[in-house]
Design a protein around this ligand. Sequence first.
Ligand SMILES: [Zn+2]
Length: 170
Amino acid sequence: MSEQESDANEPVEMLRMPVELDYTYSAGTSASRFLRAFAEGKLLGQRCPVDGKVYIPTRGSCPQHGVPIDGEPVEVADKGTLVTYSIVRVPSENIPLELPYVAIQVVLDGADTAMHHVLSECELEDVHMGMRLQAKWKPREEWETSVGNILYFIPIDEPDAPYDSYKEHI
Ligand SMILES: [Zn+2]
């Protein structure tokens, strides 16, 4: 029996099938406004007409009530409260951050929804729910229409937010 015949009887245990999808995504009216504001260092949310909650970013409609959100944009602060977090120690080829890093959910002051981001310039043992954070922006001359203008969040010297103020986001 030749080596080739022997190989033909072996089970295939692994296939490598690289898949690549290259497409252009249209941001749409709502996200475009959000991204243009980002280029000016502003964070724009929008208010749900049903319950008045401020969503950031908006998608043009309220995910809870299914109604259009088309009122005036609401500017929210670039600081807020850490509501949940996870210390990431597992590398990912798509995330160019040094390990370990802290993935966070932060509710910006003036917003009613949490956004994902990263906490830095903070010892891991000091990370905790309720801590007050401030966005660390890229240098002004590098700003684009991109959420990447905020590099990460850093702790600020303010008392922790009371638990009741952020518990609904946990
Ligand atoms: Zn709503």
